[in-house]
Design a protein around this ligand. Structure first.
Ligand code: GLN
Length: 185
């Protein structure tokens, strides 16, 4: 198994480190020709979704990645990655891959709550240390989307087909259970 990690911007190295510790090899996807390498899973890391979305267009990587997601390649998308997958972004006129039928709100916890830690329950895992950084939350989901975690009344993790979308950063904790869940998908 080989995991392709989108590496144009944001917190991709942290994901690679966890996967490597789990004995899984990774490749960095930085340019269009990298998409021709052999990989069977995809990570879309946190960072800044507008920058990542623009770079994917400028680098002509957008369609190649979208095709792989639509044809069922398992994806783990964290924070900005979740925003890139979302069908609808409530407070932004742009949207990107639109393969995950959810509505998200960007920077949804306001400035003061820009970063916080929450020990929440993740369905299928139990208590998980969730790190939020200028995080989005999921406002609504379509039929068929499984809700895996909440903070108060806000949805913070979902699964739809082979797409796992999180508004927090599992790569910033030393609990690898979400990465293991992704590898088993
Ligand atoms: N606020 C960022 C965005 O809108 C997401 C933050 C993150 O990935 N930690 O893209």
């Amino acid at each position: 198994m080989k995991v392709g990690v989108l590496a144009v911007q944001g917190a991709f190295i942290e994901h690679e480190n966890i996967l490597n510790k789990l004995g899984i090899s990774t490749i960095e996807l930085r340019k269009k020709s990298d998409l021709d390498m052999d990989f069977d899973r995809l990570i879309l890391p946190g960072g800044e979704s507008t920058v990542q979305g623009k770079l994917l267009g400028d680098l002509d990587m957008f369609n190649g990645l979208k095709e792989r997601i639509m044809s069922g390649m398992p994806v783990l998308a964290t924070c900005a990655g979740l925003i890139l997958l979302a069908e609808n972004i409530v407070n932004d006129s742009r949207s990107w891959f639109k393969t995950l039928p959810v509505s998200v709100v960007r920077n949804a916890y306001g400035r003061q709550l820009g970063s916080f830690h929450y020990d929440g329950i993740m369905e299928g895992i139990g208590i998980f240390p969730m790190e939020f950084i200028r995080a989005p939350y999921i406002e609504s989901v379509a039929d068929g989307v499984e809700i895996l975690a909440h903070v108060d009344d806000k949805i913070t993790a979902v699964k739809y087909k082979k797409q796992l979308g999180l508004s927090f950063h599992p790569e910033l904790s030393d609990n690898y259970n979400i990465h293991k869940m992704f590898l088993e998908m």
